[in-house]
Design a protein around this ligand. Structure first.
Ligand code: HEM
Length: 436
């Protein structure tokens, strides 16, 4: 286990020696295929080059509008005093965004909704399957196993149908989205390497999983932490009231002005990195911190461990967004903050995820205050990823406070009562082994 930033970086900057591998990645490879997130070093550069242009900053800026539309869509159903299943809602949001980035508007409404539902079931089931890699257990025809099988078959069928339809569609349906990029590579129009349909499928599945789960956990964690830190929440409200005066979701021009919102998200990713433990496997005999490691050794590193080391981050268990104010970050040692990893395998979706999370948290905070249910504490169970998986909170509408007005001690609107909604335990439950 590499426990110092320098050692973690030695591992991450030498992917030829410390390649992707270990139990988690072996399992993911079986489930998702050899996409960019799981493939070995020798095939990685080609795959990354193919996808990278679709994740450039300018490209993400074009997608900020669709992020706003989707966050508006998921919050539209909220009512005053309603118990909102925050975890399920954030997974719905991140799935909506990633499916539009992949397919733009080529899925009809019913298919897109079915895809989101299947993805939520598969994300939960995959989580259990990666932490409990005992195949026999998942062949037993329990209702949960049948649900998982049905959802993953449907997901595969929907993705295959989308690929076929795009191929056969009018003028070859030249949409400017990620599926378009991948299909162009199957024809090598740009003169690049030709990829197979199987690879297209693998990349689509990889991006859907990687893009939906981590972003949803980051958003749920941020809302959970804000609910427990009223002072930070008040400062966030002041910022969004000033920047989003029209009430519309932020566009690319507003995003840089949402400084405190971004600090809240960065601190959330430090405090609770969704990817908290990763592995690599040595491809040859090597040395790390004076220890000889034979070929095939599994090396672990943990963003959570680094982010909570008091020698790197003073008072590490406190949620302090101000650590990330411009000018403050000089005190953060290089390489200590790695919620998106580092080196050539660093998260390809970092810019997209941060833009989406900023749009979502700012828009939600502009219109809603999410409160914890009295006495409810979300128990975090570290698993393949980290974050609240069964978070429910009460939604209270907010109205914009004119700039300069002091906050009320209790901003609950008069007469607001808590309306419990029966939420579907299949979409909200703690996703542990019992789900299987
Ligand atoms: C807050 C949200 C996210 C977090 C915290 C996160 C975190 C990470 C981390 C830590 C890695 C590196 C894993 C390793 O080194 O073994 C990674 C890789 C990856 N992420 Fe993300 N991610 C997020 C959102 C996204 C999004 C939105 C997408 C795409 C739509 C995405 C796609 C990927 C892919 C494809 C890889 C593999 C990159 C490669 O190996 O070249 N992620 N992510």
């Amino acid at each position: 286990m590499a426990c110092h930033p320098d050692l973690v970086h030695q591992v991450l900057r030498d992917p030829r020696t410390f390649d992707k591998g270990g139990p988690l990645y072996d399992r993911l490879r079986m489930l998702l295929g050899d996409g960019v997130g799981t493939c070995r070093h020798q095939d990685h550069r080609r795959q990354r080059r193919l996808l990278q242009p679709d994740f450039r900053k300018a490209r993400v800026a074009d997608q900020v509008g669709l992020m706003g539309e989707e966050v508006e869509a998921v919050c539209r159903a909220w009512r005053a005093g309603q118990v909102v299943d925050v975890s399920a809602t954030m997974l719905d949001l991140s799935t909506r965004v990633v499916s539009r980035v992949l397919f733009s508007d080529s899925l009809d409404t019913a298919t897109a909704a079915e895809m989101r539902e299947c993805l939520a079931t598969v994300v939960r089931g995959m989580f259990v399957r990666t932490v409990m890699p005992v195949d026999a257990l998942f062949r037993v025809p329990t209702p949960a196993n049948r649900r998982y099988r049905h959802a993953s078959d449907r997901l595969r069928a929907i993705v295959d149908a989308a690929i076929t339809q795009r191929r056969q569609g009018t003028s070859h349906d030249e949409r400017d989205d990620l599926l378009g990029t991948l299909l162009a590579a199957t024809r090598a129009d740009g003169g690049g390497t030709v990829i197979t349909d199987q690879e297209v499928h693998g990349q689509v599945m990889t991006l859907m999983f990687a893009g939906a789960e981590s972003t949803a956990l980051c958003l749920s964690s941020a809302l959970e932490l804000l609910g427990r830190h009223p002072e930070e929440e008040r400062r966030l409200h002041s910022e969004v009231d000033a920047v989003l005066d029209s009430g519309q979701p932020p566009g690319p021009d507003e995003l840089p002005r949402l400084v405190h919102t971004r600090c809240v998200l960065t601190e959330t990713l430090r405090h609770r990195p969704p990817g908290w433990l990763f592995t690599r496997v040595t491809t040859r005999e090597t040395e790390l911190a004076g220890h000889r490691l034979p070929q095939g050794t599994t090396v672990m590193f943990s963003p959570y461990l680094l982010h909570h080391d008091p020698t790197l981050f003073p008072d590490p268990d406190r949620f302090l967004p101000d650590r990330w104010l411009p000018g403050q970050t000089v005190s953060v040692p290089p390489g200590a903050m790695i919620p998106f990893g580092a080196g050539s395998r660093k998260c390809i979706g970092e810019t997209l995820a941060l833009a989406e999370a900023t749009v979502a948290v700012a828009f939600i905070a502009r219109h809603w205050r999410l409160r914890h249910l009295p006495g409810h504490t979300e128990r975090l169970r570290p698993a393949a990823s980290l974050g609240p998986r069964g978070l429910v909170m009460v939604s209270e509408p907010r109205t914009r406070r004119p700039v300069g007005t002091p906050p009320r001690a209790d901003s609950r609107p008069p007469g607001t009562t808590v309306v419990p909604v029966v939420h579907n335990s299949r979409t909200a439950g703690g996703h542990d082994v019992r789900d299987a």
